[in-house]
Write a protein that binds this ligand. Structure first.
Ligand code: SF4
Length: 325
């Protein structure tokens, strides 16, 4: 069977409602360079068939920029590294409501509250719950949360508050994780995802690529994500932060990123696959190619510790490539 026939055969499996195997995913990820465009095209056709033309546009609010107790080597918010970032405490509900309203007015369908801590304290969790209640009452935008490790009770409370989706990333492959973080384990992360799922929350999970992992390790992460069957996958591309151990990490070639997004789409045809941090700075085209290679979501108007494109600019980019913002 030729390489092109193999890609088409995998696509046909997906269209007929079957899953590709982990061996198929490995072969697709290692497809020769000259077939990368075919792989991306087939991934795009799967996206359009299962998800239509709509791009899921999300805005984030980093509600607590912190000196976090964890030592994730890519993170500018870790207390272990001197990155000089500004820190602040939780804002008032009024401040967050006004930002959520602005996000809705700019066309965002979801608004994700993110806090840089290992896990919420009882007092902070109560404050976040009040913020969510006020957004529900006054704005009416889909609220998502990324609050670190959760207890079962906290997950149930978020579900009661109609939080749609909980974000908790795996960060990287299990085999790479001990090099990236030593203050908690991969299993800790999987546990919180299980707690969120058991409470009835949709899952958003993913990682950050370009940490010096091998392509094989990107496959490992991809297969773990597929196993979790999340409603949303979020992939960040490392933007090296001065002061962190990864400040001199070399950039991942764009072609490697296209490979990964394409294969994730073959594995998870119905999920939102979102291009997250690094889209504007680490890609040559702010994500145009990836939105035609498996991705169908973006984060707009900036990230946790860095700015991004304005919502209007991203909307124009989406419309330019014939998709709907
Ligand atoms: S990635 Fe999250 S858990 Fe790790 S240091 Fe940064 S804020 Fe803390």
């Amino acid at each position: 069977m030729s390489t092109l026939e193999f890609i088409k055969e995998c696509q046909e499996k997906v269209f007929s409602g079957n899953h590709i195997t982990s061996d198929d995913a490995e072969k697709l990820l290692n497809i020769p360079d000259e077939y990368l465009k075919d792989l991306a095209k087939c991934a795009n056709e799967i996206t359009r068939d299962f998800n239509g033309e709509k791009v899921d546009v999300e805005q984030l609010n980093n509600i607590k920029k912190n000196a976090c107790s964890e030592d994730c080597t890519f993170c500018g918010q870790s207390a272990f590294f001197d990155t000089g970032i500004e820190t602040y405490q939780l804002p008032t509900p009024e401040e967050v409501v006004s930002k959520a309203q602005k996000a809705k007015d700019e066309g965002a369908e979801s608004y994700c509250l993110v806090a840089a801590w290992r896990e919420p304290s009882k007092k902070d969790f109560e404050k976040v719950c009040k913020i969510i209640t006020d957004i529900n009452d006054k704005v009416g935008i889909s609220v998502e949360c990324s609050l670190g490790f959760l207890t079962q009770e906290q997950a149930k409370k978020l579900k009661e508050l109609k939080v749609k989706r909980y974000n908790h990333n795996l960060e990287t492959a299990k085999s790479k994780f001990p090099e990236i973080c030593t203050t908690h384990t991969y299993e800790d992360r999987l546990k919180t995802l299980g707690i969120a799922r058991d409470a009835g929350l949709e899952l958003c999970t993913g990682g950050i690529i370009g940490l010096g992992e091998t392509r094989e390790q990107r496959l490992e992460l991809t297969l773990e994500l597929a196993r979790l069957f999340p409603e949303e996958v979020t992939i960040n591309i490392l933007v090296p932060v001065p002061g962190t151990p990864l400040e001199l990490q070399t950039d991942l070639p764009n072609a490697e990123i296209v490979r990964m997004f394409s294969v994730i789409r073959f594995l998870l045809p119905e999920s939102v696959i979102k291009i997250s941090g690094g889209r504007e700075t680490q890609l040559d085209d702010s994500g145009e190619e990836l939105l035609q290679s498996g991705a169908n979501g973006i984060i707009t108007s900036g990230y946790l510790t860095m700015g991004g494109n304005e919502a209007q600019k991203d909307r124009q980019m989406i419309e330019k490539i014939g998709l709907q913002a």
